[in-house]
Design a protein around this ligand. Structure first.
Ligand code: ZN
Length: 251
């Protein structure tokens, strides 16, 4: 039985993924979902996962920061040919916070590309790992319209959109930011534990600790949630691991 799962990691972004995987296993992280951030990183995520069956589970996708740089037709073709054995489409989504995403036509393009990835998720009957920063309402509208399952990763948006996310059956995930971010904490107080996943988004930079994260830091998330919910950390990690298994249908 898995007791602790990191549901969102960019494993290919580490200089030495093998030592990170080793360290995660040693620290009691029972499984890791490896998301792709671009066409090239999706390829590495899949290769790493194949080398660590039963521990790393791959998702393939193109992050909104990369959608204007990557060849989306090539990425979609790659996904169609390689999603067999993957547990999700991701990381995909929208992000209006980037300076390049200010013009309306760029945002429209982002939505069009996100929809194409959502269609692939629907076609393959896979859930999606969704990035929605500063584009919460549009992300929800498109994801709900696609009729897929998924998780709004690192969700720290408005509470009224959170209600829509939960009503539509989606999950939200908490990162180490839940230890310090007012927005993330408000979301996690509101969301029921059976709809929450935990993750590190590693190797993201943790500003409160002034270093990059690894999957081991998923314990920071569990501890912060336990404090917010007034529950035992072991219960939080067990329930969120079940949620992750259920959403991504982990074997
Ligand atoms: Zn990410």
């Amino acid at each position: 039985m898995r007791l602790l799962i990191d549901s969102h990691v960019h494993m290919e972004s580490f200089d030495d993924p093998e030592s990170v995987i080793h360290q995660s296993k040693d620290s009691g992280v029972d499984a890791v979902i490896c998301v792709g951030g671009s066409l090239s990183s999706s390829k590495v995520a899949k290769r790493l996962a194949l080398e660590h069956p039963g521990y790393l589970y791959p998702a393939l996708g193109v992050h909104p920061s990369e959608v204007l740089k990557d060849d989306i037709d090539a990425a979609i073709t790659y996904l169609r040919e390689n999603l067999d054995g993957c547990i999700a489409v991701g990381e995909i989504g929208l992000d209006y916070a980037y300076s390049f995403a200010k013009p309306k036509d760029v945002r429209a393009k982002m939505r069009e590309i996100f929809s194409r990835f959502l269609d692939v998720a629907s076609e393959f009957d896979l859930p999606a790992s969704i990035h929605s920063r500063s584009a919460y309402k549009d992300s929800l509208e498109l994801a709900a319209g696609a009729g897929i399952e998924g998780v709004f990763h690192w969700y720290d948006g408005p509470l009224h959109t959170l209600k829509g996310i939960l009503d539509a059956g989606f999950y939200v995930s908490a990162t180490p930011s839940v230890a310090y971010s007012k927005g993330a904490r408000a979301v996690m107080v509101e969301a029921p534990l059976d709809r929450i996943l935990v993750e590190t988004d590693s190797p993201v930079y943790l500003r409160n600790l002034a270093r990059r994260s690894t999957p081991v830091d998923v314990r920071i998330v569990v501890d912060a949630l336990a404090e917010l919910k007034g529950m035992d950390a072991s219960e939080v990690s067990r329930v969120t691991a079940r949620n992750t298994e259920r959403l991504f249908r982990l074997p």
